[in-house]
Design a protein around this ligand. Structure first.
Ligand SMILES: Nc1nc2c(ncn2[C@@H]2O[C@H](COP(=O)(O)OP(=O)(O)OP(=O)(O)O)[C@@H](O)[C@H]2O)c(=O)[nH]1
Ligand SMILES: [Mg+2]
Length: 324
């Protein structure tokens, strides 16, 4: 956090030490915002983590892992690319789904370039067409990115690509292939993105990789372990609130509430003799230790908050951006 301290003894003196200074960009420097858009589970967050070189967005094999827009920043000597990872777009079935799609539309309109990510391991389908429709209602330039090329069987690769090439041609979009898991093709992707950007300043200090506060990422790392360990049973009705972070000289104590919708989910989360909650806690603690590069004590509480997904107020309270 940057802040300006006015010294009360000498009211005109401003202490600049607390301000994170952003340097002047060199001549020819490019910058801009790139929205990563696509169906759930196509690898958007995995891609952003790879590109910025650090795990800032959680990923999982469960669809709808990402809930809030999250920025990842990649600064090179020639450009600053600000990636905006978004929740997967799908036809909404409940209030949270509608909020997610609405937020994705806002993300599309507020970026300089859209990177439309698809799963190259399967052919283009209805889910992709739903997004093509949304994208074609916007003025933002689009690049079609075929991810997961490591999963394409050699015999089918061309057939699969053709289904996407048709979409790209019909809309006059450039197409690029890569794997967010192996890193294959990502140099080309990065180059193509830089070409699309216009001359611009540093929007963020060059060493920053995300715009999110540490507390938010801590909550996400806990949610990731719930997604991975409880699988289909609880994940989508869970919201994490970091209630307190106490920094002591040798250890950081984190107190977090796991909010769920129904009493019946409590048992699954806590597990036999507390075994599930313990497993979630110790795996999340390891991840948080990596994030803050220090020792962590993590305490988890389970709270029942009925119907939070239906309530916009509750959504906002739990940290979801609810945009009109
Ligand atoms: N084999 C392979 N798996 C990938 C690749 N990219 C992502 N994955 C896997 O696909 C799953 C989904 O990845 P995420 O990054 O969470 O997908 P997402 O698009 O952000 O999903 P939502 O946030 O739910 O919309 C995870 O299990 C990833 O490990 C890839 O290039 N190859
Ligand atoms: Mg994601």
């Amino acid at each position: 956090m940057s802040e300006i301290n006015i010294d009360s003894q000498t009211p005109n003196k401003i202490d600049l030490l607390g301000i994170a200074t952003i340097p002047q960009a060199p001549p020819g420097f490019k910058s801009g915002f790139i929205g990563i858009i696509g169906r759930p589970n196509v690898g958007k967050s995995t891609l952003m983590n790879y590109l910025v070189g650090q795990k800032i967005a959680i990923t999982s094999p469960v669809a709808q892992t990402t809930r809030n827009r999250l920025r990842g920043i990649l600064t090179t000597p020639e450009a600053q690319l600000i990636f905006v990872d978004t929740p997967g777009i799908h036809k909404p079935h409940h209030q949270l789904g509608e909020v997610l799609v609405q937020n994705a539309r806002i993300a599309i309109d507020s970026v300089d370039v859209v990177l439309f990510v698809v799963d190259g391991g399967v052919e283009a389908g209805g889910g992709d067409r739903y997004i093509v429709d949304i994208l074609s209602q916007s003025q933002t330039p689009v690049i079609l990115g075929i991810n997961k090329i490591d999963t394409q069987p050699a015999d089918d690769a061309q057939m699969l690509d053709t289904t996407y090439a048709r979409v790209a041609e019909a809309n006059n979009w450039k197409m690029v292939k890569f794997s967010a898991l192996t890193g294959d093709g990502l140099v080309d992707l990065q180059q193509l993105l830089v070409e699309k950007l216009e001359l611009g300043p540093y929007y963020y200090p060059p060493d920053l990789v995300t715009d999110q506060p540490e507390r938010f990422i801590m909550g996400e790392l806990i949610r990731e372990q719930i997604l991975l360990l409880t699988r289909e049973e609880v994940p989508h009705s869970v919201a994490i609130a970091i209630e307190k972070v106490v920094e002591e000289p040798t250890i950081t104590r984190v107190f977090a509430a796991i909010n769920i919708e129904r009493d019946s989910q409590k048992g699954i989360l806590i597990g036999k003799g507390g075994s599930m909650l313990k497993a979630i806690g110790s795996a999340a603690r390891e991840q948080i230790q990596k994030l803050i590069a220090g020792k962590v004590h993590l305490e988890l509480f389970v709270k029942v908050q009925p119907k939070w997904r239906q309530s916009r107020t509750r959504l906002a309270e739990l940290g979801y951006r609810v945009e009109e």
